[in-house]
Design a protein around this ligand. Structure first.
Ligand code: GLN
Length: 536
């Protein structure tokens, strides 16, 4: 029978509930416990695909083409699992199901209400996830903070679940904040107390408190929280700031979290093996040298928009015992002040990630031009792939005004154009070319050297593609399309053989990168950047 660990959050959002949930999963996994993980997002959007990355961080894409919250990225990276659409529940989804049933007449004239109809549907969806893989433990994270109006039906459903399944089958973990007042340097427990009180008001007494703080919680602070929140001192876990999120499982483990959770859930450990994870962290901390990579993007003030890119760079650099130092370059600033391009002179690699829309795109194109003409390693991802083709068309093929029809519908040379199947689509949600798709790689290319395979699967999220009418012209002039879709119709990788390392992908390799299993595309790019630095 599957047991449940529910993570709720208190005090404020963005505390790192996703990381805490993933870390607990890792601790269990390292004890041979089979875990699965899902996320509840109490907002009304049916899925997060249309949400602004500036408000919400990046959109994560799963193998099955679901556009998920970035917490899915933490889960997949920490636990090395592939998740999918069926691992996410939103208020929008729950209501959509209930309302469709109501319209079909399934409720036979009953008054349809939040309790019991919405709460039953929530429980049904959670149990369904548990049945899919039958894990020993299903981790369930609830987005938002306890007390939010929109999360009420979910909290109520989970309270009922605990009653239905028994206390040793459903465990509540509450993630809170313990701020330190700078003047007195004291760790303040009141916000945690209040937030636990709020949760209790909803009928839930948390079993474990994960407390975010800048420094490790003092023994005295733990004692105080234990007393006021009615949990054991061992149940108060310090989740203080660490250099890398991957250290969080170890920080918790050192406080006895693993044994404590297993004993509360009455589960026996199978085999204890934390060695690989510990070694990876050690390797990360012992890096010798930095390599400078510029990320040229539009939301560079809001780092969560590019979290997977940053993680993928770090997975790769760690394998070479190096650390990536990122220089964030705001593409709009490159447009407003062309002199700023000089800041790219001293970097060892330039990366243009995925993106949408005209704003900032010319700045990205000038950064691509800079890397191409100055022989600086380049990695372009999705939008960064499309813009690289545009830059080449304009400046090497001499097609003045070449563009993507996304950016300029009137362009005389639509190098990048709507995917044919996208033409009729009016609805925006979940309608891009999404998810893992097979890619065939041509022999004797950089792409083949990178993957060393004829066929690979990578994840996609785009509406536009290289216009096949221009391919011959590109290939005659020194830019190769070294990987294509199986039909040969879609361009997936471009490269310039006559360059230190110039490679761009229509897909998003960052979504498959894991600690200890870096994405081959990122690994090759970081390696080239290290080489560039050595040559300098
Ligand atoms: N805007 C481009 C497209 O829709 C690129 C998308 C992306 O970078 N994810 O094709």
């Amino acid at each position: 029978m599957t047991k449940f660990i529910i993570t709720t959050g208190g005090v404020l959002s963005g505390l790192g509930k996703g990381v805490a949930t993933a870390a607990i999963g890792k601790i269990l996994q390292c004890r041979g416990i089979k875990v699965d993980v899902c996320k509840i997002d109490p907002y009304l959007n049916v899925d997060p695909g249309l949400m602004n990355p500036f408000q919400h961080g990046e959109v994560w894409v799963t193998n099955d083409g679901y556009e998920a919250d970035l917490d899915f990225g933490h889960y997949e990276r920490f636990l090395d699992v592939d998740l999918g659409k069926d691992h996410n529940i939103t208020t929008g989804m729950v209501y959509l199901t209930v309302l469709e049933s109501e319209r079909r007449g399934d409720y036979l004239g009953q008054t349809v209400q939040i309790i019991p109809h919405i709460t039953e549907e929530i429980k049904r969806q959670i149990y369904k996830i548990a049945r899919m893989k039958n894990p020993d433990v299903l981790l369930v994270e609830i987005g938002g903070t306890a007390g939010d109006i929109e999360s009420m039906p979910f909290i109520e459903s989970l309270r009922q679940m605990r009653m239905e399944n028994g206390r040793d089958n459903v465990l509540f973990v509450h993630v809170t904040l313990v701020p330190t007042l700078r003047v007195v340097g004291e760790q303040k427990t009141k916000p945690t107390q209040h937030s636990v009180k709020e949760l209790r008001g909803l009928g839930i007494q948390p079993d474990i408190l994960v407390c975010r703080s800048s420094k490790p919680l003092l023994d005295e602070t733990k004692g105080k929280i234990s007393l006021f929140c009615d949990v054991g001192k061992l149940d108060v876990l310090s989740n203080h700031d660490v250099e890398s999120v991957y250290e969080v499982p170890l920080v918790m483990e050192d406080q006895g979290a693993g044994d404590n959770i297993l004993s509360k859930l009455n589960i026996k450990e199978r085999n204890y093996d934390f060695v690989g994870w510990k070694k990876y962290i050690q390797k990360m901390k012992n890096v010798t040298e930095e390599v400078d990579i510029a990320i040229v993007g539009k939301y560079t003030d809001f780092r969560d928009s590019y979290i997977s890119i940053v993680e993928a760079l770090s997975h790769s650099s760690t394998t070479f015992n190096k650390k990536v130092k990122i220089k964030w370059v705001e593409s709009l600033e490159l447009e407003e002040n062309p002199k700023k391009i000089d800041e790219l002179k001293n970097v060892n690699g330039i990366l243009v990630p995925g993106g949408f829309g005209q704003r900032g795109s010319e700045g990205k194109i000038s950064a691509i031009n800079f890397s191409r003409t100055n022989n600086i390693p380049y990695l372009g991802i999705c939008f960064g792939f499309q813009l690289a083709a545009i830059e080449y068309a304009r400046n090497v093929l001499g097609l003045k005004g070449a563009d993507s029809t996304e950016l300029n519908p009137e362009t005389p040379y639509p190098i990048i154009d709507f995917l044919p199947e996208q033409r009729g689509i009016k609805q925006m949600g979940a309608t891009m070319r999404l998810g893992e798709l097979p890619i065939r790689i041509e022999k004797n290319t950089l792409a083949y050297k990178i993957y060393n395979k004829d066929e690979v699967g990578e994840r996609h999220r785009h509406r536009y593609e290289v216009n096949p009418d221009y391919i011959k012209d590109f290939e005659k002039n020194g830019l190769d399309f070294s990987a294509k879709s199986l039909s040969g119709r879609r361009m997936e990788i471009l490269e310039i053989p006559d360059h230190i390392h110039f490679l761009a992908t229509q897909f998003h390799p960052e979504f498959k990168s894991r600690p200890m299993k870096p994405s081959p595309v990122f690994k090759a790019f970081v390696k080239a950047a290290i080489k560039k630095k050595g040559d300098a």
